[in-house]
Design a protein around this ligand. Structure first.
Ligand SMILES: Nc1ncnc2c1ncn2[C@@H]1O[C@H](COP(=O)(O)OP(=O)(O)O)[C@@H](O)[C@H]1O
Ligand SMILES: [Mg+2]
Length: 254
């Protein structure tokens, strides 16, 4: 794993919501084509850190950041950056699937239409490609006109991932993507992640330690805004270096 290229480099990142400091001096490096998990008790800053990576926190008033976040060696926190390009490159999947109240087809085509792609043939090919990548095409090829809200939750979450893939991101951020799903659907989404990492870099937030252990290659443990420990998942779960990580993964804390 040492030889893989760094995709994201976070250095001495601090984030404040007004006077409250939610991230404290966080440094980490995310490698390309790996699944990196962020774990830790509720409120420790996992979602906040994830949202920094595509500047979603910009939408919240009173947020201040210091430090550096580089993606492909380009500074992300530079406010002159083009946010649309960044969000195209860094897509995000949320806790509850959030398809638009549109057809299956229009959900997946949404980002391309925003980019003024008008050719029907191009759109159809892109929709098929994205739905196939999330293993939905065979199930839904006769239901492309159905409203996306009629799908099962698991299908909706896959559809939301397909909607991202259609605009060809490099990085997929997932914030507890399985928390609304039953165990069998969760397993299927985890299998999908393993497939997607061949082409994408994935950062997943989960409060489910077993999930982090199952799906991730590298893992960070957060506590009260600090990244306490970061490293190979196997190592972190079997021989953590920090006593606080040990307390958490053995269930003494959290
Ligand atoms: N929009 C916000 N305004 C003020 N405080 C916030 C906001 N979002 C999160 N926080 C606070 O920041 C801390 C980290 O939150 P969050 O990143 O959501 O944690 P996690 O995802 O690990 O549960 C918490 O104390 C939370 O209350
Ligand atoms: Mg969260």
């Amino acid at each position: 794993m040492q030889n893989l290229k760094f995709k994201i480099k976070v250095e001495k990142l601090n984030l404040f919501y007004g006077d409250f400091q939610a991230l404290k001096d966080v440094s980490m490096e995310v490698k390309e084509n790996l699944i990196t998990a962020l774990i830790g008790p509720s409120g420790c800053g996992k979602s906040t850190l994830l949202r920094v990576l595509n500047r979603m926190n910009d939408l919240i008033e009173g947020v201040k950041t210091t430090g550096s976040v580089k993606i492909d060696d380009k500074e992300v926190l530079n406010h002159h950056n083009n946010l649309i390009d960044l969000r195209k490159k860094v897509g995000m999947v949320f806790q509850r699937p959030n398809p638009f109240p549109l057809s299956v087809f229009e959900n997946v085509a949404f980002g391309l239409r925003i980019r003024r792609e008008k050719s029907r043939g191009m759109l159809e090919a892109a929709v098929e490609r994205a739905l196939s990548a999330v293993l939905l095409f065979d199930d839904l090829k006769d239901k492309l006109k159905d409203n996306a809200l009629t799908l099962t939750l698991e299908q909706q979450q896959r559809l939301c991932i397909a909607r991202l893939l259609a605009v060809t991101p490099d990085i997929i951020l997932m914030d507890e993507p399985c928390s609304a799903l039953d165990p069998l659907s969760t397993m299927k989404i985890e299998e999908l992640m393993a497939e997607l990492k061949k082409q994408y870099t994935i950062v997943i937030v989960t409060h489910n330690m077993q999930q982090a252990a199952r799906v991730s290659d590298e893992c960070g443990y957060m506590l009260l805004g600090e990244l306490v420990e970061f490293g190979e998942t196997k190592q972190l779960f079997t021989s953590p270096k920090d006593k606080r990580t040990d307390d958490y993964i053995t269930g003494r804390f959290g």
